[in-house]
Write a protein that binds this ligand. Structure first.
Ligand code: AMP
Length: 116
């Protein structure tokens, strides 16, 4: 846990979030500034800065995050029409919060993968 990390503070209940799914190791909550009709962030409860750090440190926890994202996609009704899973990593990707989070986006056609 990192005392000044926004998402660690959500895990600790110090900052409110709309939680849609929780396991022993993961938490999923709605993005505060949604980019699609459904926009959920799935995080490991343990602090890792990004997906590369998480994959290196704990492959099992990486799998937990992916499994949780699949459960969210099912419970949000996204599977039939398709959806997008996205990690932003570092400066070029515009990562803003340095606690790894998997974006689950769906509920409408999402357009091209990258802005042109
Ligand atoms: P990224 O650019 O991949 O680091 O995405 C960070 C995401 O966190 C953005 O989509 C923000 O809208 C979202 N976000 C920031 N603060 C909060 C918060 N307090 N609760 C939920 N989502 C948040």
């Amino acid at each position: 846990m990192s005392a000044d990390c926004l998402f660690c503070r959500i895990v600790k209940g110090e900052i409110p979030a709309t939680v849609v799914h929780e396991t022993d190791t993961t938490l999923a909550f709605r993005d505060i500034n949604p980019q699609a009709p459904v926009h959920v962030l799935v995080i490991p409860k343990e602090h890792h800065v990004d997906a590369v750090a998480l994959a290196k440190a704990d492959p099992q926890l990486s799998a937990d995050v992916l499994r949780a994202a699949a459960a969210v996609a099912e419970s949000e009704g996204l599977v039939a029409d398709g959806f997008r899973l996205l990690f932003n990593i570092g400066r070029y990707a515009g990562q803003e919060v340095f606690h790894v989070h998997l974006h689950v986006l769906g509920g409408a056609p999402l357009g091209p993968m990258l802005a042109r």
